[in-house]
Design a binder for this molecule. Structure first.
Ligand SMILES: [Zn+2]
Ligand SMILES: [Zn+2]
Length: 271
């Protein structure tokens, strides 16, 4: 049996809706063996969604205390979701999830996942309406995530497609798009970092399938990349949202193994 594990979890320390203790209780009742917390790292230019510098210390203290309290019942890990442009983490976390939430153009940071309207105006203003040029900039940052953040896990590989299902901007099977994404997959495979199969946009109603898309998953498989499930949960109720469906999907893309976190560290398990 696959140990039930989720490392991508947000709390009220950043933009989540549940406290760490509520999430621990949910993890126990849902039968998780490992629960990782991954608060958004402090991002000076956009404090709206992340932990503050002050609250990061309180977050670390509370998760470490829960870790000790629940030892033997639940493997709790302290992590961070480190944005590409965030200040570098000053703490030695148990794991790091690297993520690109912005592109930088003309000296400014432009949100990748705030709203369909905002992306359209970014692409119009910065890329003369060329979504493929935007995708090239986005994936060049993604490719560099392991070096920049030291992450073991690359979050939501194709976050730039968050609104593409409901308000299509571009064709995700167009060679111009795939030629932007595939080199990033190759670069990440070369570092040994894992690709997160992220169900967060399904639980929040933006997408019907996880990140990454099927063509990208198949390329990850072809390049022998490793995958890990993550719910990107912002509420205690969504800790393992759509994990069963995500497992079926990755099996249909040819994957036979999955990374999980146990008390021994990261391990590869057959699925
Ligand atoms: Zn994220
Ligand atoms: Zn997240």
């Amino acid at each position: 049996m696959i140990p039930y594990c989720n490392l991508h979890t947000h709390t009220t320390y950043c933009d989540g809706k549940s406290s760490p203790r509520e999430i621990v209780q949910a993890a126990l009742s849902q039968g998780l063996s490992t629960l990782g917390f991954s608060g958004h790292s402090y991002t000076a230019f956009d404090p709206s969604y992340c932990m503050s510098k002050e609250s990061t210390g309180a977050y670390i203290a509370e998760i470490r205390s829960l870790q000790a309290e629940f030892q033997g019942r639940l493997n709790i890990c302290l992590g961070v979701e480190q944005d590409y442009f965030a200040e570098s983490a000053e703490y030695d976390y148990d794991f790091t999830i690297g993520a690109v939430h912005y592109v930088k153009k003309d000296g400014r940071y432009w949100d990748v996942d705030e709203s369909a309207e905002k992306i359209c105006s970014t692409v119009k203003q910065c890329y003369r309406g060329d979504f493929y040029a935007y995708a090239r900039d986005y994936y060049s940052l993604v490719a560099d995530l392991p070096r920049r953040t030291g992450c073991q896990i690359v979050a939501h590989l194709d976050l730039l497609t968050k609104f593409n299902e409901k308000s299509p901007f571009f064709n995700e099977e167009d060679p111009r798009y795939l030629q932007a994404a595939f080199p990033a997959i190759a670069a990440i495979c070369g570092t040994g970092a894992f690709f997160e199969v992220n169900t967060g946009a399904i639980s929040r109603g933006y997408r019907s399938l996880p990140y990454p898309s099927v063509p990208l998953l198949k390329e990850i498989r072809r390049q022998d990349g490793k995958i890990i499930l993550g719910s990107d949960s912002h509420h205690a109720d969504t800790l393992t949202f759509a994990f069963t469906e995500a497992l079926d999907l990755v099996r249909s893309c040819g994957f036979r193994n999955l990374m999980v976190r146990t008390s021994l560290g990261f391990e590869e398990m057959p699925i």
